[in-house]
Write a protein that binds this ligand. Structure first.
Ligand code: DX5
Ligand code: ZN
Length: 218
């Protein structure tokens, strides 16, 4: 399974997001990960669909929108209209997870489901047929630059067995030190925020790619 790099703009300079997206467009990455936070599900507030719409004309790379928000069902049409390609919602934020995921599909976007480090893996098994991506958080959501939590890799391994064809994404503390272990466990989509923007993003993404080039998820 191809390794997909999805740099997160969360750790980029928000004063020059257009230039950041141009840089990522020219870099070896596959998707652009957008961390949407609402000050409720997680304490910080980042940005919403208006920012996604403003950045959409700048690249053809898929926008992978990670909604760390309560009531994500209220935002699906807005993100579709903004040009989002993928929407991932948290099981912890959805009272009616199945219905929310159906709505994302009805809006003709790809759907993903995310679990926090403290949430068991089997919560997503009931909705496998509605998603093509399982996001296993390797930090508690809300902030970039946190320390990688290793324990969720056991969930990656068990989900890889249950869902051999799904994308399995890891998000939080991913860098060339932690990425190989995540891929060995079965992940194939790497989100990287603070590592990508702690230097030249093109060079950082090349280094991240190199760190995992000899590993392919089974
Ligand atoms: C955390 C976000 C992540 C964040 C990761 O809540 O979901 O996508 O950008 O940042 P790093 O790579 O710095 O852990
Ligand atoms: Zn994220």
């Amino acid at each position: 399974m191809k390794t997909i790099l999805a740099p997160s703009i969360l750790s980029a300079d928000f004063g020059r997001l257009a230039a950041v997206v141009h840089t990522l467009d020219a870099a070896d990455c596959d998707w652009i990960h957008m961390d949407v936070m609402d000050g409720s599900f997680v304490p910080p507030i980042t940005f919403g669909s208006h920012a996604v719409a403003a950045l959409r004309p700048l690249t053809k790379k898929p926008f992978d929108c990670h909604l760390m928000i309560d009531h994500p069902e209220t935002q699906i049409v807005a993100f579709k209209d903004a040009g989002a390609n993928r929407i991932t919602v948290h099981v912890e934020a959805c009272s009616h997870l199945h219905r929310v995921l159906e709505s994302i599909r009805e809006a003709e976007m790809l759907a993903g489901v995310a679990i926090n480090p403290g949430t068991p893996a089997d919560t997503v098994l009931e909705v496998l047929e509605l998603v093509d991506l399982l996001l296993v958080m390797t930090v508690n959501p809300g902030w970039g630059g946190q320390k990688f939590i290793r324990q969720p890799l056991a969930k990656v391994a068990s989900l890889r067995n249950a869902a051999p064809q799904h994308h399995i994404q890891v998000d939080g503390g991913i860098d060339p030190e932690t990425a190989p272990g995540a891929l060995c466990a079965g992940a194939n989509v790497l989100v990287s925020g603070s590592y990508t923007f702690s230097g030249d993003p093109k060079e950082r993404l090349d280094a991240l790619r190199s760190s995992v080039c000899s590993i392919s998820a089974s």
